[in-house]
Design a binder for this molecule. Structure first.
Ligand code: ADP
Length: 750
């Protein structure tokens, strides 16, 4: 059996050759039959002509040829026998006609059969499958169009070739076994890998069927092949994607799961296995085994609710870890629905939110701390975004401004509570903020609707300078109590300073008395002298005039001293004036001169030129100088007195003894400050005490109050200066203070 595509139809060229051959044979037979006196049935050879024409496949041509041959036979019979027909010649003619008729009939039948077969082959070509038939020695006998397309060889090239060598067949089993299998079972099906004519590989799904002949001998194998290369590739791709998806799901930092529409767990990813959970048995058991018993009822109810309503499920519960510890997890699931909206299954993921939960708790705690701290410290927080002016206030800010928390924070609310006199101050600070100032620091008053006054201190800094929006984060402190306390303290300090001054004046009574009595005595003396000059027989009016002039000067001096004392004893608010530091020191020395003399202290002075001018209150600064001088006098009271000559001599042998000497000097120091230094040769100050001299109530004296230096410091610092002590114990002390040199702004401050 051998078929090939298109078999049964002769090509037009072959047909022409056959027709020509038939015509020649026919002509020769006719000539011999008609013209030769042979007594044989030569016309029988017309069957050759009929067969030749029939072999072209043309039915009409075959019928026409058969008829023509019959006619030619009869013509030749008549031509060769005239009218005397012998019985033998008639029999030969009939035999010939029978032969031609029978042959034609058989040829036509064969043609019909061949045409049917041809149609069937055409049908086989209609299929997309590659259909191949091969004999038991694997030689290809049929190769349809599908095979040509699939493997690339044309039928003419393929037929006769051994199928497996041609296509380099590889299969899961060896090729020989394939054949055995087909012979044994009559059929086989499976996948084969083959190589096309262009060298590319193709995977086919093949079905083999064995054809046996009538005697049951295996004769041929019919194989249908489908190209499944793409399908295979897609299957491979699908598998790869599935694996990738699975790997992705396993890599998700969460416990991924799916469940049936009624909540039965059907899939869990690797994270679950890491927790030691595998899906066996009831899924309800799985959940109860991992969810904290305290959280399970709520979760269970929420899950059941979600299943009943089909709404997404969300829950936060503690989930047990492989080490037995519980971690907070967010458990969420969404339903997957079909086209009609029916739930097919649920997909869920449990996400570890332990850290977030901890952070939330820490945040809650610190918010509570902050809120407590704000309430206790009366400090609120204000964040302001400029230029829009959006604000955020903490609760304490609402309390300070006494607004209900449902008010929308804003500058208007602040201005509404600001004391009218301080409005420009607050507006100015706001403007500074708008212009991007790195710090805002403002203290102002608030006026509450009931008239109460509050003091607040607001400090803020630019929090995000690089952003387009200016954002200030600041603290608003309610400093009312501090301010009231400060006011009270200021008042007490002023009272104390006054009391101390008066006390000091009492101590200076002897000096003062001397200062006053001395000019009074001089007045009396001058008065006596004047009256003596007048009582002369010839009064000397020139001398009288001189004495009266002296009396006026002395009276002025006395009255100056008294005025000074009165001003020191007065209780009044400090004033501001440009003062000559040298003058302050000189006036103070005048008031204590008597004390210095009484204590036999050698006083040395040094005055800066030009005199340093400072801005301040004369009486207060005199109080400071007098204080420092009197402390020096007292510190030297216990020092053994020596003359200058003795001192030089004895210091070497007796280090404890030294002269009572005091040096008071003014100078101008760096940074534009005027300085006053009072240096004594007293006991000095121990290292331990040097740090606390200026503390209130610190004294080493049995009758001391310990307020002098503390008041000095308040006064000096209020004048923008600084006061300090330097000493080597046993070597005397130097008390000094500096005040800023006036730059012509003193009047403005007044
Ligand atoms: P008080 O004179 O009432 O003690 P002060 O505040 O004036 O109060 O002085 C505090 C203390 O500082 C004194 O008790 C004394 O110990 C010490 N002190 C002050 N000035 C000197 C000084 N020049 N030399 C040594 N100690 C001094």
């Amino acid at each position: 059996m051998m078929f090939r595509q298109g078999a049964g139809m002769t090509s037009p060229r072959d047909a022409r050759v056959l027709f020509a051959l038939a015509a020649v044979v026919g002509l020769i037979v006719f000539v011999i039959d008609a013209l030769t006196p042979l007594d044989i049935a030569i016309a029988v050879l017309y069957v050759v002509v009929v067969l030749l024409v029939a072999s072209t496949g043309s039915r009409q041509a075959a019928v026409a040829t058969a008829c023509t041959c019959v006619v030619l036979t009869l013509v030749a019979f008549m031509m060769s026998h005239d009218e005397n027909y012998s019985g033998g010649s008639i029999a030969r003619c009939v035999v010939s006609l029978l032969a031609i008729g029978t042959t034609s009939f058989l040829a036509l039948r064969n043609q019909a059969t061949t045409a049917r077969l041809q149609e069937q082959i055409q049908l086989l070509n209609l299929t997309h499958d590659a259909i191949v038939a091969y004999d038991m020695s694997d030689r290809i006998t049929f190769w349809n169009q599908g095979a040509e397309e699939l493997y690339g060889w044309s039928a003419s090239k393929a037929i006769g070739q051994p199928i497996h060598e041609l296509t380099r067949t590889t299969s899961s089993i060896p090729v020989d076994e394939l054949r055995d299998e087909v012979v044994r079972n009559g059929r086989w099906e499976g996948e084969l890998q083959r190589v096309r004519s262009d060298g590319s590989t193709v995977i086919v799904s093949s079905r083999f069927a064995l054809w046996r002949d009538d005697k049951g001998r295996p004769r041929a194998v019919l194989a249908t092949n489908n190209d499944i290369t793409v399908r295979k590739r897609m299957e491979g791709e699908l598998q790869r994607q599935q694996e990738e998806l699975r790997a992705t799901i396993d890599a998700i930092p969460g416990m991924v799961w799916s469940s049936s529409r009624d909540g039965e767990l059907s899939y869990t990813n690797r994270r679950w296995n890491e927790l030691g959970i595998t899906l066996t048995g009831n899924s309800g058991d799985v959940w109860t085994s991992i969810v904290h018993p305290d959280d399970w009822p709520a979760m269970h109810a929420a899950w059941r609710g979600a299943i009943a309503t089909g709404k997404p499920f969300e829950n936060v519960s503690r989930v047990r870890q492989s080490n037995g510890a519980y971690r907070w997890m967010h458990i969420g699931a969404e339903p997957l629905r079909d086209q009609d909206g029916r739930i097919l299954r649920w997909y869920g993921v449990n996400t570890d939110i332990e850290e977030r939960k901890q952070a939330e708790q820490a945040l809650e705690r610190s918010e509570a701390f902050l809120s407590d701290a704000q309430r206790l410290s009366r400090t609120g927080s204000i964040a302001t975004r400029l230029p829009a002016g959006d604000m955020w206030w903490s609760d304490e800010v609402y309390r300070i401004f006494e607004y209900s928390p449902d008010y929308m924070p804003g500058m208007q609310l602040i201005l509404a509570r600001t004391h009218p006199d301080d409005l420009p101050l607050v507006r100015e600070a706001y403007e500074a903020g708008l212009s991007g100032s790195p710090y805002v620091d403002v203290e102002h008053r608030l006026q509450m609707p009931d008239g109460r006054i509050k003091y607040v201190h607001y400090v803020a800094h630019l929090a995000v300078p690089q952003s387009a929006n200016i954002e200030y984060v600041g603290a608003l402190m309610d400093v009312t109590e501090r301010q009231l306390a400060q006011d009270a303290l200021d008042r007490s300090t002023a009272e104390l300073a006054h009391v101390t001054r008066v006390t000091m004046l009492g101590e200076l009574a002897a000096s003062i008395a001397h200062e006053v009595t001395q000019p009074l005595a001089a007045i009396v003396t001058a008065g006596d002298a004047a009256s003596r000059w007048l009582n002369r027989a010839k009064p000397d009016l020139g001398e009288v005039g001189q004495s009266i002039g002296q009396m006026v000067r002395d009276a002025k001096r006395a009255s100056d001293v008294i005025r000074q004392i009165r001003s020191m004893a007065q209780k009044r608010d400090p004033g501001q004036a440009v003062l000559d530091l040298n003058g302050i020191v000189r006036e103070s020395i005048e008031l204590v001169r008597r004390e210095l003399d009484a204590a036999r202290i050698e006083l040395e002075t040094g005055f800066a030129e030009p005199p340093p001018l400072v801005c301040g209150d004369r009486v207060q600064l005199q109080q400071v100088v007098i204080n420092l001088v009197m402390n020096g006098v007292q510190a030297m009271a216990n020092v053994k007195e020596k003359t200058q000559e003795q001192t030089r001599e004895q210091t070497r042998q007796q280090p404890r003894g030294r002269a009572r000497r005091m040096r008071i000097a003014t100078s101008r120091v760096e940074g534009d400050y005027g300085q006053v230094a009072v240096e004594d040769s007293g006991t000095g100050i121990s290292e331990e005490n040097v740090g606390r001299l200026f503390n209130a109530f610190f004294t080493t004296k049995t009758d001391g109050m310990g307020m002098g230096l503390s008041i000095c410091r308040s006064i000096v610092e209020a004048h923008g200066g600084r006061i300090w002590a330097e000493s080597q114990e046993g070597q005397g002390a130097t008390m000094q203070f500096v005040l800023p040199i006036d730059k012509g702004t003193c009047d403005e401050q007044r």
